[in-house]
Design a protein around this ligand. Structure first.
Ligand code: IPE
Ligand code: IPE
Ligand code: MG
Length: 242
């Protein structure tokens, strides 16, 4: 945790960026316009997180379930993602931000995978904020893949079942090496997790904002962080002075 503006800043913030479609609908615009504005909102929040000294920012950009949306919407999102990565690469490097991705990345169109790989490579030496994009991400499939990978090691005689514990299990998740989120923000008022980071959010503090993602800005991000700073995290224990 680092201290900023007089309050403790969480080490890892995760965001379910929701409400692009409703934002567009309210303005009689195509859903793709909502997504375009959503990317701009993501850029502003990444910048704010970087300036505030946050260590990790995980952004839920596309779920495994989102593939079932109309093909034109999926295509528009993938094209925007590709363009976003290409056009912001040098800015990320300049700002000392590292970009990573989690999810079933092999599901992504080759052009997106290429841009992702190049951005990962270009920013790999950054020591500031790590932005983790969750793409074709599903919490359940992540857990299933981890279980399968352990089973393969057992079959190969490399591991015994008794050796499996939480520490080993989490090393098999896409998020191996990242701390669990301290704070999870969901925009657009929906009070659900939608298959995001199921294992990792066991003790994460939740913050639901009614704001639709394209309207979410640095001020509201700061408000969420300030709200978090007031929370008392107990992790199931009784605190001495609590
Ligand atoms: C979030 O906005 C972006 C993605 C899921 C890709 P939505 O597209 O889900 O917007 P709503 O929920 O329909 O308003
Ligand atoms: C969650 O939003 C996924 C992302 C923000 C990428 P959805 O809009 O897909 O979730 P539901 O359908 O409201 O649960
Ligand atoms: Mg939604």
């Amino acid at each position: 945790m680092s201290s900023c503006n007089g309050f403790e800043v969480p080490r890892h913030v995760a965001i379910i960026m929701d409400g692009n479609g409703r934002w567009a609908k309210a303005r009689r615009l195509p859903r793709s316009e909502g997504h375009r504005r959503g990317f701009e909102a993501a850029r502003r929040v990444v910048e704010a997180a970087s300036e505030l000294g946050i260590g990790y920012l995980t952004l839920y950009a596309f779920s495994v379930e989102n593939w079932a949306r109309p093909s034109w919407e999926v295509r528009a999102l993938m094209e925007m993602l590709e363009e976003f990565l290409r056009s912001h690469r040098s800015e990320l490097v300049e700002k000392n931000i590292r970009l990573e991705a989690i999810g079933r990345l092999t599901d992504l169109p080759p052009a997106v995978r290429r841009e992702l790989e190049e951005t990962r490579e270009a920013t790999s030496k950054s020591t500031g904020l790590t932005v983790v994009l969750a793409l074709s991400y599903g919490g359940r499939v992540e857990i299933v893949e981890a279980a399968r990978s352990l089973a393969v090691e057992i079959e190969a005689g490399m591991l015994r079942a008794e050796e499996i514990d939480e520490t080993l299990f989490r090393q098999k998740l896409y998020t191996a090496g990242y701390p669990d989120p301290d704070l999870l923000i969901r925009t657009s008022g929906e009070k659900r997790i939608s298959n995001f980071l199921l294992w990792q959010i066991a003790y994460t503090e939740l913050y639901v904002s009614p704001t639709l993602w394209p309207d979410f800005g640095p001020e509201e991000f700061l408000a969420a962080l300030q709200d978090y700073a007031q929370r008392q995290r107990r992790f199931g224990r009784v605190l001495q002075n609590g």
